[in-house]
Design a protein around this ligand. Structure first.
Ligand code: FAD
Ligand code: NAD
Length: 519
């Protein structure tokens, strides 16, 4: 007799799903009584972890939780992969690579290359679309391999343990012991420059904007998006103006002043017009373009405008505020270092919470929150371990503490500056505009951070990060053998000079600092 039937017989109750549910997962029951299995709705057994949003943060959180043995459901209302895969990092990397090959080729004219080199926009867009589609297709398989259920629809929290999902197939309720919010953010609107999706577009429409082949483009905002967009559009022949309210590009503590100045010079040399300390007071859109008025009286005429002035939280109906999840003054979800919100059992990752808003940081969050939610652990996030990489005419990457931040954290920072002018590889490649800056504690030799501007930046930064996380600090870089000629050897050469003093006087013991706690 099937187990559910036995259960009914014992209790003397009619056949019902609620009764059978506890035994319906048994193989014996399925063989004997198909009804229980077929009738079982999604709510049959609470999940250990439910994740809302399948962007970089949500995907990683689901994977980490599943790898910890949790039963996980991932709810996504649009395309899996979120902003990073569909609109931002991935397509941007594809087009920025072509742009940097073009820039490199121009730099080698008369040094081994001859003739005109130009981009093929249509072919590049086709490559980018195929890449994104291919990566998106892989999602279901990767999730299936970890037994993660992917549910399509808009998720709304009903309680800390119940989520109502509305999709094409109606509404269902999913129960979970813990919930991870990973719903992302959206571009900050600029009232003086309203988005119309055609002439004036938001930062996350960068790729479609490229396809429209603007001749005269205004990039509003001197942050990561503005800088990267200005570089790519210029490489494809557009006349580009980059206008920012701030007094420098990439105004974040991790990126040194010296790097920002060099980037500005390289962008200007490539033909980008840079306006600093300006903001738009009015825009007028007509059939032929956009007239933009700035607060300093200047006026400009452009084909298109890209508004990239930061991000704001999603205000969509997700229901967490009603449950008492606290937000910061800007509306981003506030979290503890464990990424748990003010409501126990609800975590938040990625762009929807305060902190750095990059896919790299969202992935870091996802690893921590996924594990904490699955195991009830207390691993803490540490954004000093997350690199920032900017694709531009001057590749830039940074990690850890700048000199200022190190001083404020109580270290005695010393900055080692290594210009690429001394690098054999950089000179051989005709790319000697660049440098490496390393911040370390001069009393102990502990590595605290670094900023790389120039060739190899996006990969070298990981070597700097590894040294920051190593208890051997500067020694960890000095002990390595490097290929020659290489950019890496510049790191080794620079730190060797600084080690002489320590070798005479100091042991390799570090004070507790930003990298001291291990996870
Ligand atoms: C042009 C551009 C280029 C960038 N390039 C880089 C880069 O090179 N490197 C880098 O590190 N960062 C980059 N970023 C930043 C990066 O894209 C974001 O920080 C990252 O994608 C944020 O990931 P997330 O998981 O927090 O959010 P998202 O990727 O926005 O994912 C949130 C997901 O949640 C879903 N969702 C929202 N609400 C609900 C709901 N109620 N129910 C179900 N699903 C829901 C959304 O559909 C979405 O798929 C770039 C950003 C831009 C704009
Ligand atoms: N490579 C990467 O990691 C990468 C690339 C692109 C975007 N992103 C992330 O995406 C998010 C959005 O990028 P973003 O560049 O839009 O934001 P951002 O916060 O990086 O930069 C915003 C810029 O807009 C300027 N600004 C603000 N208000 C303005 C105004 N009224 N007029 C003119 N300028 C104004 C600011 O001075 C700043 O330079 C960021 O958090 C960024 O970290 C990351």
């Amino acid at each position: 007799m099937p187990i559910c039937a036995m259960w009914r017989a014992v209790r003397g109750l009619p056949h019902s799903w609620a009764l059978c549910a506890p035994v319906a997962r048994s193989a014996r029951c399925r063989r004997g009584c198909g009804r229980c299995h077929r009738a079982r709705p999604a709510m049959s057994r609470p999940y250990d972890v439910a994740v809302i949003g399948c962007g970089a943060g949500g995907y990683q959180a689901a994977v980490s939780a599943a790898q910890c043995g949790a039963r996980v459901v991932l709810i996504e209302r649009a395309g899996a992969g979120g902003a990073c895969l569909n609109r931002a990092c991935v397509p941007k990397k594809a087009v920025a690579h072509v742009a940097s090959v073009l820039a490199t080729a121009h730099g080698l004219l008369g040094r081994g290359l001859a003739g005109a080199m130009c981009g093929d926009l249509a072919a590049m867009m086709a490559h980018e679309e195929a890449l994104v589609a291919d990566l998106r297709r892989g999602f279901p398989q990767r999730l299936k391999a970890l037994a993660i259920d992917l549910v399509a629809g808009h998720a709304r929290l009903q309680s800390a343990h119940a989520i109502v999902v509305s999709g094409d197939r109606g509404t269902t309720t999913i129960e979970a012991r813990r919930v991870i919010l990973a719903a992302g953010a959206r571009p900050r609107p600029l009232p003086a420059c309203p988005i119309d999706g055609e002439r004036v577009v938001a930062a996350d429409r960068l790729i479609p904007l490229l396809a429209s082949e603007p001749k005269r483009l205004l990039c509003l905002g001197g942050g990561a998006t503005g800088v990267e967009a200005a570089f790519v559009f210029r490489a494809f022949g557009a006349e580009v103006t980059l206008a920012t309210r701030g007094d420098r590009l990439l105004a974040r503590p991790m990126i040194s002043e010296r790097a920002a100045r060099l980037l500005e010079r390289r962008l200007s040399e490539s033909g980008v017009t840079i306006l600093k300390g300006v903001s738009v007071i009015a825009t007028q859109v007509d059939d032929a373009g956009v007239t933009v008025r700035f607060q300093d009286g200047r006026e400009g005429r452009f084909d298109r405008v890209l508004v990239a002035v930061g991000s704001v939280p999603r205000t969509d109906d997700i229901g967490y505020r009603a449950l008492g999840v606290r937000c910061d003054s800007e509306g981003f979800v506030a979290t503890r270092e464990t990424l748990e919100t003010s409501v126990p059992g609800i975590y938040a990752v990625g762009d929807m919470k305060g902190g750095p808003m990059t896919a790299a940081a969202a992935l870091h969050d996802g690893r921590i929150a996924g594990e904490n939610a699955a195991l009830g652990g207390h691993r803490r996030r540490n954004y000093h371990q997350v690199p920032l990489v900017i694709d531009s005419i001057l590749p830039l990457a940074a990690v850890g503490l700048s000199e200022d931040l190190a001083e404020r954290a109580g270290f005695a920072p010393e900055v080692v500056y290594i210009p690429y002018g001394a690098s054999v590889k950089a000179r051989a490649q005709g790319a000697s505009a660049g440098f490496i800056e390393i911040v370390h504690d001069e009393e102990t030799g502990q590595m605290l951070g670094g900023c790389v501007a120039g060739g190899g930046a996006d990969e070298l930064v990981h070597l700097v990060l590894a040294a920051c996380r190593s208890r051997r600090g500067l020694w960890s870089l000095a002990d390595l053998d490097y290929g020659h000629p290489s950019y890496g050897e510049e790191l080794g050469a620079a730190v060797s000079a600084h080690l002489a003093g320590f070798m005479r006087s100091r042991p390799t013991v570090f004070r507790p600092g930003i990298y001291a706690f291990r996870d």
